[in-house]
Write a protein that binds this ligand. Sequence first.
Ligand SMILES: [Zn+2]
Length: 377
Amino acid sequence: MYPSGLFSLQRDETYPYERYAYSVLSIASEAFHTQKLPLRMSVDFTQQGQTASPWIINASIEYQLENGEPVAFVFRMPALTPAILYLFTTAIITDFFDADRSKEFQKRPDTLRQRFLHFGQSVTVAIREYRAQGFAHAIRAAYEHLGLRISTFQRSSEDYNLLTMQMAYHEVAHGYLKQVTRKGSTKVETSAFELLADLVAVAWFYNHMIVNTPDTEEYRQFRRLKSHADSIFMNAMLTLRSQQALVILMAVAGAQRTGGAVSLAAGEIHPPGMQRFMLQHVMLYTLIASNFGNLLLPERLEALQKEWDDNLDTLVRAGVIPLKDIEAMLDTQQCDTIEAAANLIKELRVPELQRLVPTLRAVRDWLTDAIAGRRKR
Ligand SMILES: [Zn+2]
């Protein structure tokens, strides 16, 4: 269900809506089929909910139950959110990962901050127009504020697609894990399900982006690459980048919730952003290094890690990811969440994650040691 007014808009204005809906429905029909879940589902951008405003960066899954079993699924996103995610991609993400621009941001992190301000202003414009004149005007005004045109769309549409694909996969994973029919979950377990949904989403994203890379001349010509190793390296780089784009988005969503400061501190249910971020990254990097280690030379694996580290450094220096959020990761309660997640993977026999259990436990031990080390000081 699309907001009325959407179809009076241009192609680059409707794309964010169509693309998110496509990501949800394509992965859900595959994943729910393997779990023998009903395939009755819809994507709804129209309901504002009682608490959420139409511009909140959020996505959700709702279940229709009969006799305790799900019979249908509704995937929701607030009315203006897909457009806001597209504004975010064009104002920040595409340039953040552009070779030349990223060097500039590295040298002068304040210029990156400026981008966040500019993006924030476009959201303010959208909200004002939404209240005054409605949906279509809001989108048009925000696009105009950022000066978006068709050339912007050509540069940023794929970045938008990869960013929101991860959000779609996370929501679908909640359904796939059958979390809704589980009885008597504790708070820790509910948090652990968030980690699980993240990790299942990473596994799907990795399959889609890297494992499914065609080893054909035609594909290489199309991408202007020389070898299959080049294709894998390129796609691994793209995947890691869009994972980092999601982290930056989480920082912005945190800022929205707290009404100002950009933060990754979480609410009650979601574990802190930095921890989720670290686990998703460890998982993705482990999958790449263990399955493609013979194809990618050590220099290339190092290059992937180096870009990640350099970008994280820029984000910290620009104040997008505050150091206190990295500190918040060192919390004993967080070790419980990881342990609960590892146990759930075993109990629910999640095929995508079986091999990850040792990695998860290693992260838990590393955190436990880090906390103990800090106490001693
Ligand atoms: Zn979730």
